[in-house]
Design a binder for this molecule. Structure first.
Ligand SMILES: [Mg+2]
Length: 312
């Protein structure tokens, strides 16, 4: 539904250099959070949000709507949305093979349905947070202004291949300051472009999306509380470096937008080929949560591979 409404986008809002297409059309929307479970911890919080159509780019929340949660076609609980539109239940995700859950609600006479992903993680594995805009997606303001959907954005060269390789050794999650209105579209873009499967976290709304650094720091604090081995972050801007660094993570900046003088604590790499070489050279250290922590304390070393001078 999110995608359908975005297709009719008429209203644009400006947020820190990026124009988000936001619809003034479409009815109420139901969206669900991604869930991460581990072998020893099957309890999961299933979270759904009901929102009404946006007014001038801002969605209005829906209170008191009953949301039913299904696992494997069986209802496992229900909750009424709170004043912000959220409905939440805690349940056991007992089947290891279960990859999705479903939320259903009826609003304004319409039946809404959304599918959430259940990700199975290993608690001892190092996890990497990956930014989206201009880190893996070539986000062009002009493209969005001409009403081309965010779905049409090109991937950043080499990013898919490197992340695919990294996904064999690390858990990958996507953290973007895009507003939640773009959540489903962002998931679709990740799948369509064959990036590794991983939970996607967005800012709740435009207010938080505009204050990207504050949002990312708060989001990382929550994520690191649940996943202390979320120890590496990849991004393209100084605010990413700062958010990752302040959250006790190793910031790896890709591209040319970050000045080393402004982020001396970050690893700054020119492109994804360099990112791939960096992870390959430091595989033993970066896949070991204890060794990464030592590095972050200044008690370990990382190798910095040299990119060979290009031949003709
Ligand atoms: Mg970015």
């Amino acid at each position: 539904m999110t995608m359908r409404s975005l297709g009719n986008s008429k209203v644009y809002c400006f947020t820190v250099g990026i124009l988000w297409p936001l619809s003034a059309c479409g009815g109420p929307v139901l969206s669900v959070d991604d869930v991460i479970v581990t072998e020893d911890h099957h309890k999961a919080r299933l979270v759904a949000l009901v929102e009404r159509e946006p007014v001038f780019g801002f969605r209005t929340d829906v209170k008191g709507v009953v949301v039913r949660f299904n696992l494997d076609d069986e209802q496992v609980g229900s909750d009424k949305t709170d004043s912000e539109g959220y409905a939440t239940i805690s349940t056991n995700v007992y089947l290891k093979s279960l990859r999705t859950y479903e939320a259903r609600a009826r609003v304004d006479g319409k039946n809404l349905r959304a599918t959430g992903r259940i990700h199975h993680w290993r608690r001892d594995r190092v996890a990497i947070a990956v930014d989206i805009d201009n880190t893996i997606a070539r986000t062009e303001v002009r493209k969005l202004m001409s009403e081309k959907k965010a779905d049409d954005l090109d991937p950043v060269k080499g990013s898919r291949k490197v992340l695919e390789a990294l996904a064999r050794d690390y858990h990958i999650l996507y953290l973007t300051a895009r507003p939640r209105v773009l959540l489903e579209q962002t998931r679709h873009w990740i799948a369509k472009n064959e990036y590794p499967v991983g939970p996607v976290y967005t800012a709740p709304g435009l207010r938080q999306a505009i204050r990207q650094k504050t949002f990312k720091k708060a989001a990382l604090a929550g994520l690191r509380h649940d996943w202390p081995n979320l120890l590496i972050g990849i991004g393209d801007r100084e605010l990413d470096a700062e958010a990752y660094g302040a959250s006790g993570m190793l910031p790896i900046m890709v591209g040319t937008r970050v000045d080393a003088d402004d982020a001396p604590y970050a690893i700054i790499l020119h492109d994804w080929r360099a990112v791939g070489a960096f992870f390959a050279a430091n595989r033993e250290t970066l896949t070991d949560r204890i060794m990464v922590r030592d590095v972050l304390k200044g008690e370990g070393m990382l190798l910095r591979p040299i990119i060979p001078w290009p031949k003709d």
